[in-house]
Design a binder for this molecule. Structure first.
Ligand code: DON
Length: 307
């Protein structure tokens, strides 16, 4: 299959959509990103990459980081994790408070904000403190991406901390139900730090390979998760990776995927490749508008959905 030709066609076809979405503005530091950007990358098991557009431009990975933190927490806590976090789609926006109150402070899944904050809390408990947890999470993502030079953008994480009232509310609510072990402020700050890590589509498509290959990175041979755990992460990506648009994403794209409000989306083609697309304009559910369409075009052109 001529992947480069397919990527070029997709870039051409989504061109008119690049200015249709809205850049996330509830995090002021993200508001100034030029929405008219688009990049897409595929990484195959032998490391071959195909790219189009702004694939070298670094962007804020935001909620895509939740895939990596969930992976780490699953490694350390295995099924014990499900005592404090569920694995059902929420059908609600990513930052919703209502369901969390009804369900006694147990977040529906590890990808909505409450669930990811809870996952970060477990990692802080595992590593002992916020600084070590942030360092180890960063190291883990660097290993998985094969990119030792990754950093997080302090301006973005500070901006989020200054405006993160809703996430603080989610964390406080979980604390009130005894479902958060560490200091609320420290947990939320650690969470914002990993959301503010910057990567490009090349790096992220490569970082998805272990999930396409039953938990084992096909390039380095490192086993990050057991086969069963990798199945779980992919399942939760498919059912919860796009919040209240997860059904829609499965319907149109048909791949396990995870979005972030920075405009990135990662997707996994089992046994074949990792994909990442980026375009900062978002749809009403906070997922990249052009990015979602690009992935739909990809599975339509290649027949590579899992269905
Ligand atoms: O906590 C937040 O709201 C952001 N740091 C991450 C949210 C996000 O990326 C939702 N994704 N589409």
């Amino acid at each position: 299959m001529d992947y480069q030709l397919i990527l070029n066609e997709i870039a051409e076809e989504i061109m008119s959509l690049q200015d249709k979405g809205k850049v996330a503005n509830y995090i002021p530091a993200l508001e100034n990103v030029n929405p008219e950007q688009f990049g897409m990358s595929l990484t195959l098991f032998d490391g071959t990459q195909y790219n189009v557009g702004d694939f070298n431009t670094l962007f804020s990975i935001q909620s895509i980081s939740k895939v990596f933190t969930f992976t780490l927490a699953l490694k350390f806590y295995s099924t014990g994790l499900y005592k404090r976090i569920g694995r059902e789609p929420s059908g609600n926006p990513f930052n919703s408070l209502v369901q969390l109150e009804y369900e006694h402070g147990v977040p529906r899944n590890p990808f909505i904000n409450a669930g990811a904050i809870n996952v970060t809390d477990t990692l802080m408990s595992y590593y002992g403190d916020s600084t070590t947890a942030s360092k180890e999470i960063m190291q883990f993502i660097q290993d998985i991406a094969g990119e030792p030079s990754l950093t997080h953008n302090e301006i973005v994480s500070t901006s989020e901390m200054d405006h993160g009232f809703r996430n603080m509310a989610l964390a406080n609510l979980m604390k009130s139900f005894n479902n958060l072990d560490n200091d609320v402020h420290d947990v939320v700050q650690t969470y914002f730090r990993h959301c503010a890590i910057e990567m490009n589509t090349k790096m992220l498509s490569r970082a998805m390979l272990f999930l396409s290959n039953h938990g084992i990175d096909p390039i380095s041979g490192v086993e990050y998760l057991s086969e069963q755990q990798a199945k779980r992460v992919n399942a939760v990506m498919l059912t919860c990776g796009h919040y209240d648009a997860s059904g829609d994403f499965a319907f149109h794209v048909g791949l396990p995927g995870k979005s972030g409000v920075g405009g990135g989306i990662v997707a996994v083609v089992p046994k074949k490749m990792g994909i990442c697309v980026w375009s900062p304009g978002l749809n009403a559910q906070g997922n990249s508008l052009a990015g979602t369409l690009a992935l739909e075009l990809f599975t339509s052109k290649t027949g590579m959905s899992i269905f």
